[in-house]
Ligand binder design. Sequence first.
Ligand code: SF4
Ligand code: SF4
Length: 185
Amino acid sequence: MSNAELLGLIEEGLFFHQRPQEWHMAAELLQRLFVEQAAELAPVRVMAETIRDYTGAMDAYVQRTASGFCPRCPEVCCLAMHGRYDGLDLVYAHALGLAVPDYDEGLKDHDPCQFMSEHGCITARPLRPLRCRLYFCNPLKEHMEKGPEAPYQEFNALLSEAKGLWEKLPAEMVRIGARLTTSSP
Ligand code: SF4
Ligand code: SF4
């Protein structure tokens, strides 16, 4: 896979459940790029670190609020297709040097996520796909709105900042990645 192909896939989204073979190739190439071109990719790493800090600051509130609400949910959103990294998650994980999860490729899109247990998600929060960390269904948001105002407002501000960076991360990766070269595997 060339850099140009990789960047095209990241722009498209590159969902594991749609294109697992290309996803694995992209993961390998990104791992190399973030080692070999660490200085050039520093701005991407800084964006990923800032998303990590914002989402980390939201964690206690989200954990507390969702744990009192999601167990009663009649239609849990944790499906296999939602629990898998897309191209942007790969950029985020490799920018931070995080391990990429190992997926059960036999699962269908609408099967329960392999990381769901009777006690909730078994994946550490920093390693979950960003959509798992930044998506909140309307009933959960309404539940949050009815709770204490100050922590909800703080959460909303952090969420807005994290989402803004999440949306900008692919363009930043593509902008810098277009100038990079990498060695053959
Ligand atoms: S986030 Fe919403 S849809 Fe997902 S488990 Fe919680 S209540 Fe259900
Ligand atoms: S929160 Fe955990 S269990 Fe739910 S979809 Fe994401 S990775 Fe899977």
